[in-house]
Design a binder for this molecule. Structure first.
Ligand code: FE2
Length: 309
């Protein structure tokens, strides 16, 4: 039997979808070697949830991680990372005191090119990003580090085209959904097993002053109650497998909570996964500077899907 041929002919698949918030605070609190700042801890509910999901990922066979990030914003089309390696220091522009991370990222360029081509063929303005000095955004780094601190899988980052800024959240929803469907087709054709990551918090109203000690948990709570109620509404729908409904109310949720869903990440991931009607795995929810952060995952395989929390 020709194993090469069978490998090429095998259909690729999305093996897991992860909602992975990226407050730099969680990397800061982990004290990895790559980050220059030092913390006494903090945000354990979120970090322990991430650790649990990272352990599940270790048990899954997959080739690459594809991340959609709100912190690589593009205004002409969607861009895909297009060089095999990016190595530099990422400094969070708002929290340089917390996040100065030395990264060394391997990219699955083949998969990136495939997604770029299929999206382009579908009429979505798409291009490869091949500037060797390009600085990887802290959203990609934080989500990937928390999900896979060993950094032993290649990554593709997809930029967020800001349709919500030019047009409206409704247009964003349509465009991000079309991109998700194109990426799913590309993954299928690639023959690879892929983990999707939507990198963002839920509600995103936040405090504008920082505690003298950022990890002082006596200062941490949701910004206001209405944000909490919105977040819990979404969590409830996710638990009940109502992802079509979540995406339908996404424009209103985004406007009411000024959420990072305005970039289209969750819409993209849910469209790629066919709007799951099975329960999401909930790993943890916690406020970071007042924003609502949920770690969750969608496992298409019923045999490995878990009731986590
Ligand atoms: Fe963010």
């Amino acid at each position: 039997m020709d194993f090469t041929a069978s490998r090429i002919m095998a259909k690729g698949e999305i093996v897991l979808g992860c909602l992975a918030p990226h407050p730099p605070h969680v990397v800061y609190a982990e004290n990895p070697d790559q980050n220059e700042a030092f913390a006494e801890g903090g945000w354990e509910t979120l970090r322990w949830g991430y650790h649990r999901l990272a352990r599940k990922l270790k048990s899954i066979e997959y080739d690459s991680i594809v991340v959609f990030t709100p912190h690589w914003q593009t205004y002409i089309g969607t861009h895909f990372l297009g060089l095999p390696q990016f190595k530099s220091k990422s400094v969070d522009p708002v929290f340089p005191n917390l996040f100065r991370f030395n990264y060394d990222i391997t990219v699955d360029v083949e998969l990136a090119e495939e997604m770029c081509k299929v999206a382009s063929d579908a009429g979505i303005i798409s291009m490869m990003m091949r500037n060797p000095d390009f600085r990887i955004d802290y959203g990609t780094i934080t989500s990937c580090h928390m999900l896979n601190p060993d950094w032993d899988k290649p990554v593709v980052t997809i930029s967020s085209n800001r349709n919500a800024h030019y047009y409206s959240p409704e247009v964003m929803n349509e465009q991000a959904g079309a991109l998700g469907e194109a990426c799913a087709r590309a993954i299928s054709e690639s023959g690879k097993k892929v983990v999707l990551v939507s990198s963002h918090s839920l509600s995103h109203r936040h405090f504008v002053t920082e505690a003298p000690l950022p990890e002082d948990m006596s200062r941490e709570h949701i910004y206001n109650h209405s944000q909490y109620v919105w977040d819990m509404k979404l969590v409830d729908l996710m638990r009940r497998g109502k992802m079509r409904e979540v995406i339908d109310i996404m424009p209103e949720f985004t406007e009411q909570t000024i959420a990072e869903t305005e970039a289209g990440g969750l819409t993209w991931m849910m469209a790629a996964m066919g709007h799951p009607d099975y329960p999401a795995e909930i790993y943890g929810y916690q406020s970071v500077i007042g924003t609502g952060n949920l770690v969750a995952a969608w496992d298409p395989r019923e045999s490995t899907r878990e009731l986590v929390l």
